[in-house]
Write a protein that binds this ligand. Structure first.
Ligand code: CA
Ligand code: CA
Length: 172
């Protein structure tokens, strides 16, 4: 991967976390993501699933801040993301994904209509509401159902998330 490609991918990852697009990642981005997912599936914030989702979003933010908020101002700038988070994501994406597990687990519970696991269609709705273009969301969600049984498992989502986050830096 050349450095332009790396820059492009890092910018895309940062934009994924910077949900409101104001140039830094903070707690509000994570709670906004939680609210958007709940609204999409008609789940209230005070329900058990809603409370789990907000708790997962807070844990995800705390994990992100612990890794990347170098100056401790409760904001992760693009520079902090690149120097702090991106390096850890690359070195150990699986471990980083564990930070996201409670959030992803709670999102799955919200998107899972019948307890058998979310369908690719439900996963695509989650991705769309978090800002993924519709066509791309459909393709990603279909790929998440690796064995094609029409259901997506938590481990498949976690592995995909780790893969997405682990961007290789250029050698030079
Ligand atoms: Ca933001
Ligand atoms: Ca900061």
């Amino acid at each position: 991967m050349d450095s332009a490609e790396y820059e492009r991918k890092i910018a895309a990852r940062f934009a994924t976390f910077d949900q409101d697009g104001n140039g830094y990642i903070d707690r509000e981005d994570f709670s906004a993501a939680a609210r958007a997912v709940l609204a999409e599936f008609g789940v209230t914030a005070r329900s058990d699933k809603g409370q789990d989702l907000f708790a997962g979003a807070e844990a995800f933010w705390q994990g992100m801040a612990g890794i990347a908020d170098v100056d401790g101002d409760q904001r992760v700038t693009r520079e902090e993301y690149i120097t702090g988070a991106a390096k850890r994501l690359r070195d150990n994406p699986q471990r980083f994904a564990e930070i996201a597990r409670p959030f992803l687990h709670a999102v799955i519970a919200v998107a899972d209509a019948d307890g058998a696991g979310p369908t690719p269609e439900a996963a695509a709705r989650v991705l769309r509401v978090l800002g993924t273009p519709a066509e791309l969301a459909g393709r990603i969600a279909a790929a998440l159902d690796a064995d094609g049984d029409g259901r997506i498992r938590e481990e498949e989502i976690l592995a995909a998330f780790a893969g997405y986050c682990g961007v290789e830096a250029p050698d030079a």
